[in-house]
Design a protein around this ligand. Structure first.
Ligand code: AMP
Length: 175
C-alpha cells in the first residue's frame, strides 16, 4: 500500500514556508491506519522492546495502537506541565524558541529496551531530547520509529550521531 497518498500536505502551516504533513487524513482511512500498525508490528515482532515511548501528541496515536496490538507497556512523553507525578524533563531548541518535554521518572526501569515513536522525523530535535530522558532513567534506546521522514532536514544523521537508528515508512523530499 502506498501510504503517502493518505497523507495531506498543507502548505504554510503553522507558518509560512512549512509544508505540514497531516496524518489526520491517514487516520480517516482504517485500512491505511491498520497498515501502519501492521508494519510496526512486523518490525518488532521477532524482538519486542520492553516499552514504547510515544511523543505528544501524534506519536500517541501510533504508539498506543502498537502497544495495544503487541501487548507492550506504553510510556507517554508529554509537553511540559501535563504529567502529574515526579518527572524528568528536557528542553530543546525549535526553529523559534524552545520546547520542554517530560516523562514520569518511574515510567522506565534501568535496562529497559525502548522504541521511541513519533509521527514525523524532521530535524530530530524532539526525539533526541526524548532519547536523553530514556537514557537518563537507565533505559536503552533501540531505535526511533516514524510514519514520515523528511530527509532534507537530516534528522536521520542527527540521530545516528547519538547512536539512535531510524525506522520510517514514507519519505517526502520536500520539507
Ligand atoms: P523535529 O524535532 O524537528 O524532528 O520535529 C518533529 C516534530 O515536529 C514531530 O513531533 C512532528 O509532529 C512535528 N513536525 C515537524 N515538522 C513537521 C511537518 N513538516 N509536518 C508535520 N509535523 C511536523
Amino acid at each position: 500500500m502506498d501510504l503517502a497518498q493518505y497523507i495531506r500536505n498543507v502548505p504554510d502551516f503553522p507558518k509560512a514556508g512549512i509544508q505540514f504533513k497531516d496524518i489526520t487524513t491517514l487516520l480517516l482511512h482504517p485500512e491505511a491506519f491498520r497498515e501502519v500498525v501492521r508494519r510496526l508490528e512486523e518490525r518488532y515482532r521477532s524482538d519486542p522492546p520492553d516499552a514504547v515511548a510515544a511523543i505528544d501528541a501524534r506519536g500517541f496515536v501510533f504508539g498506543a495502537a502498537l502497544c495495544h496490538t503487541m501487548g507492550l507497556p506504553l510510556v507517554l512523553v508529554r509537553k511540559k506541565g501535563k504529567l502529574p507525578a515526579d518527572t524528568v524533563s528536557a528542553t530543546y531548541d525549535l526553529e523559534y524558541g524552545s520546547e520542554t518535554i517530560e516523562m514520569h521518572r518511574d515510567a522506565i526501569r534501568p535496562g529497559n529496551r525502548v522504541v521511541i515513536m513519533d509521527d514525523l522525523l524532521a530535524t530530530g530535535g524532539t526525539v533526541a531530547a526524548a532519547a536523553g530522558l530514556v537514557r537518563q532513567l537507565g533505559g536503552k534506546v533501540l531505535e526511533a520509529a516514524f510514519v514520515i521522514e523528511l530527509p532534507p532536514l537530516k534528522g536521520r544523521e542527527r540521530l545516528a550521531a547519538l547512536d539512535i537508528p531510524v525506522f520510517s515508512m514514507v519519505s517526502f523530499m520536500v520539507a
